[in-house]
Every structure is written in C-alpha cells, then in structure tokens.
Design a protein around this ligand. Structure first.
Ligand code: ADP
Length: 522
C-alpha cells in the first residue's frame, strides 16, 4: 500500500525488462473482471500482500489473503478501510509533506513505512505501488500495491546502525583491516588519537598505525592467530602522528568471516593504557621507595651488630700491623722473613670486612625485586654466618634445621634475606631476654606441602610471645623493646604477602616462639 502520491523521481523507476513491461501493459488493459481474476490467482500463491486502493484516500478496494498473515485483519475487515488510518503517525507527517500535486505515472514506487496491525503493534512494510489509469481518458483509477513484511530487515538495519554509532563513538580505538592488512576504516577515537584519516578508496598501510616492533608482532603473531583461532589479545604500542609518540594499548584482533567461512576482514579494538601504565609506574616507584626505606630500617636495627661485625676485622688488621711493626723494630731481618703469613691474614681479614660492607650496601641499595628460584639451604647458611657474632654476644646458638633436599623457592633474594634476618635477630633478642646460663637455640625448619609450597619457620627458645593475640605483633610500631621501632614484623608481613604468602606467629608448646610463612616453589 503506498500511502502518498509517489514523487516525481518514481517515474524514472520504470520496470526494466520488456517482459515485465508488456505483462504490466496487458494487466492494465484487461477488463476489471479479468484483472481481478489474474490478481486473485497471483495473490493466492503469494506470501506478499497484493492490494488495490482508491486514489486520494487510499481506501482498500481489494486485499489478498496474505493480509491476515501480515496485518491480522481478514480481507472483509480491511476492504473499505483507508490506509491512512493505519499509518504510523510519524510516517503520516512524512507522507503529507509530499506534494499531492505529484501525479501518478506508470512508474513504480517502492517505500518502507510502518503500518498498524489489528492487535495494535506496528510492522514495517515495503510496498511497491503503481498507478492504473484509464487507457482512454488517462484518468487515475486506482493504485495497485504489493507489500511485504520487512520488520526483520529494518530492525536488523536499525540494530546495525546503533552498533555502528556505538563503535564510532567508543573511546576504544577501532580499525577495520582488509585480509591483506590494509586499514579500510577508523573510528573517531582512532582518527583523533592517531592523527590519521582513511579516504574511501585509499586504505592506509597498517604499519602507519603501530610502532615497528608492534607491527611485526601483529604480522607474525596477532593476525595469523586471529586468522586461525578467531581472535588474538595482547599488549601493543600504537603510534600517534599528532603527538609523535607511542600509545600503549591492550589490543584485540578479531577475524570476521562470511557465512561460507571466507575471511572477510579483521577488526582491531585497542584500549589506551597510557593512564594505567603511568599509574603502574608511579606505584612501582613508590613501592621501591618503601622497600628501600624498609631495608634502611632493618639496617638501622642491625647497626649495632654490624658495627661490631666490621670493627672485629678492623681491630684484627690493626693488631697484625702493630705486631709486624714491633717485630721490625726489634729484629728487622727475621721480621722480613716472617712477614708473609701476617700479611696474608691482613689481606683476608680486610676482605672479610669488605664483604660485610658490600652485603650491607646490597641490602640497602634501591633495586627492582628480582624473582628467581632460590636454593634455601645456602641462603640460610649465609644468613646464619652473617648473624653469627650477634648470636655469640647474646649467648645464642643458631642452627640450620632445613632438610637437605628442601625444594627451591621462587622469591626475591634480598627481600627473603630481609625477612629471615628480621626473624633471626628477633629470635636472638628474645633468647637474650630470657635469663639463661646454658646457650639457648634459634633455628630454622622447612617442609614442603602437598601443593609443592614450602613452609619456612624460625623458632626460638625465648620467653614466647609477649601478648595473647599474636596479630598485635604485626601492627606497625608495636614493640616491647626500649630501643625498638616496632616495624620489623609489619614490614616482613607485607613483603611475604607480596610473595603470595602469610606470616604468622605462635607460641611453641615447650616454650619459645615460632614464626612461619609459606612460599611457592614454582
Ligand atoms: P621490634 O623488634 O623493633 O620491636 P618487631 O616488629 O620486629 O619490632 O617486633 C615487634 C615485637 O614483637 C617485639 O618488640 C617483641 O615484643 C615481639 N617479638 C618479635 N619476635 C619475637 C620473638 N621471637 N619472641 C618473642 N617476642 C617477639
């Protein structure tokens, strides 16, 4: 049903095949009865609705049975109704704007519009209309219309348009890429960020969108994988011509195929990660500073012990030198003969002092955590050696109780050393507080659980925990020591949490404390 007089342009759209044209001529020239018979026959077989209308008010003179399927009306109900009653109000306006003076020629006119069904809802119809005139007087007699339901197509087109609008205005950088890797379309965000335009007939080279490294990643990995598996996801760097700098992005490459599985095009959807990367870098720097401060605090706590540690070899060096000097003053000749051994000792002792200083510097140096598989026994022996003199001063014996074949753990060496050092020194100090004559013991144990995680414990024979709730010990600035900072356990716990573990304290059944944590061995 055409709802308005077709515009002038409709006249151009004449039937293009002679056959059609001549059969139409035949139809027009038939008598009314003959025409109705032909129409009825065609209409019976057609799922399209065929209708005839009076000019002007578009009253239904005839409607084929398909009207019931299409609009819900019976033929009897709709005949006599004016099509104008059933147009969507928005479309009526549109029709009225067309000039009624446009006269009907023999051209065809096709139009999409909404029509109200019997149950009240609107359906999209596509109608092709043509005028039928009296052969003798050329008077417009009626309009013949073929209509079909195009709701599905129109709805799909609308959905596509909506999707296209979302894509066009998305903050992600979207590009469509031809199978031979040329860019055929960019959305607004991509055009703005990259400073590129795609002109209709001239696709861009894909390499203009990316840094050379990312472009080769795309060529070698992303597109082949998307081609084979449908999609690829990863990080890449796009290149902004406006700002002349790389844009870090999270990139998704999708392969789009036709129904017969032929690759039609790729799309790339990139999320700008600049802000997130900057925040990450800031966080990392901040974390590094905290780590550094934490190590300085630990060092501060160890300062007395270390001073002693370095003082010892220095005193030894001075003693050796004085010994040599004395010998030189009394018996220069024989002193020269015997000088070799003391010189060697001086050298070794100075090296030992240097080693202690190097270790301190390593420990306090600002550095990125370096994750590696660490062999626990040698690390623990090293630490026990390092704390040896502190232990001796407090009349404490240190022991490595780790099984020989304990699995290696995945951790940052300096952080793990810092944690264990804190726990060992705390244990030594606790034993010192417990009045004792015979030396007390601080030792390490370790075992592997079913999931291949390693549980490491530092145990002591001290007085045990000073509070009923062990969690209190991990609060910042909690200390029971006159010169304590109360930061050691708090820091150790955060470091262990960063390794994916948990530091816990408990009293041992036969006295003393036990601090344990879990590390992964993979
Ligand atoms: P600080 O050693 O400066 O006091 P920590 O955070 O290392 O700081 O320890 C907090 C408190 O936990 C200590 O003051 C002490 O009371 C208690 N503590 C730590 N280790 C032990 C231990 N092995 N035995 C008993 N108490 C301990």
């Amino acid at each position: 049903m055409l709802m308005s007089q077709p515009p002038e342009s409709a006249r151009v759209k004449k039937p293009d095949s002679n056959k059609q044209s001549s059969s139409s001529e035949g139809l027009i020239q038939s008598t009314d009865v003959e025409r109705n018979r032909l129409l009825a026959e065609m209409a019976e077989q057609s799922t399209d609705m065929i209708s005839r209308h009076t000019p002007g008010d578009w009253r239904f003179i005839y409607a084929s049975p398909a009207v019931t399927h299409l609009l819900g009306y019976s033929v009897e109900e709709i005949v006599g109704m004016s099509a104008y009653e059933l147009y969507h109000p928005d479309d009526v306006e549109d029709f009225k704007r067309r000039s009624p003076s446009v006269s009907y020629e023999r051209g065809l006119y096709t139009h999409n519009y909404r029509f109200r069904c019997k149950d009240g809802h609107y359906t999209w119809l596509e109608s092709t209309s043509r005028s039928i005139r009296d052969a003798a007087t050329d008077e417009l007699k009626e309009i013949l219309v073929v209509s079909r339901d195009v709701s599905q197509r129109i709805n799909a087109e609308q959905a596509n348009r909506r999707l296209a609008r979302v894509l066009e205005h998305s903050s992600d950088l979207v590009a469509f890429v031809t199978p031979d890797h040329r860019v055929s379309q960019l959305n607004e965000a991509a055009r703005d960020a990259l400073g590129l335009e795609v002109s209709g007939h001239d696709p861009l080279q894909l390499k203009m969108l990316f840094t050379p490294e990312s472009y080769s990643l795309l060529q070698q990995q992303a597109f082949p994988e998307a081609h084979d598996q449908g999609s690829w996801r990863g990080e890449a760097d796009m290149y902004s011509r406006i700002h002349q700098q790389a844009i870090p992005v999270m990139l998704e490459v999708l392969a789009h195929r036709t129904l017969d599985n032929r690759l039609e095009y790729f799309s790339t959807v990139a999320r700008d990660m600049t802000a997130i990367k900057q925040a990450e870098a800031k966080q990392q720097q901040y974390q590094q500073e905290i780590d550094h401060a934490a190590r300085l605090i630990t060092m501060g706590e160890m300062a007395t012990g270390l001073a002693h540690e370095i003082n010892q070899p220095l005193t030894a060096v001075v003693n050796y030198v004085r010994g040599i000097q004395r010998r030189m003053q009394t018996d220069r000749e024989s002193a020269l003969d015997d000088i070799e051994q003391p010189l060697e000792r001086i050298g070794n002792t100075a090296l030992r002092a240097g080693e202690i200083v190097r270790r301190m510097m390593d420990f306090t140096r600002k550095s990125d955590p370096k994750w590696e598989l660490l062999e626990l026994n040698s690390l623990v022996n090293d630490l026990i050696g390092f704390c040896g003199s502190a232990a001796k001063r407090h009349n404490v014996v240190l022991e490595n109780g780790l099984p020989e074949n304990i699995s290696a753990v995945y951790a940052d060496r300096i952080q793990l050393e810092q944690i264990l050092l804190n726990l060992l020194l705390n244990g030594i100090e606790a034993c010192h507080r417990a009045e004792h004559r015979t030396p007390l013991k601080v030792w390490l144990e370790a075992s592997t659980d079913k999931t291949d995680q390693v549980i490491i414990s530092v145990l002591d024979q001290g007085p045990g925990l000073p509070v009923a709730d062990p969690e209190q010990l991990f609060e910042q600035f909690f200390t029971t020591k006159a010169d304590g900072l109360g930061m050691g356990l708090a820091i150790s716990r955060t470091l262990i949490e960063r390794h994916g573990g948990q530091l816990q304290a408990e009293n041992r059944a036969d006295g003393g404390a036990k601090f344990s944590f879990i590390l992964s061995s993979t």
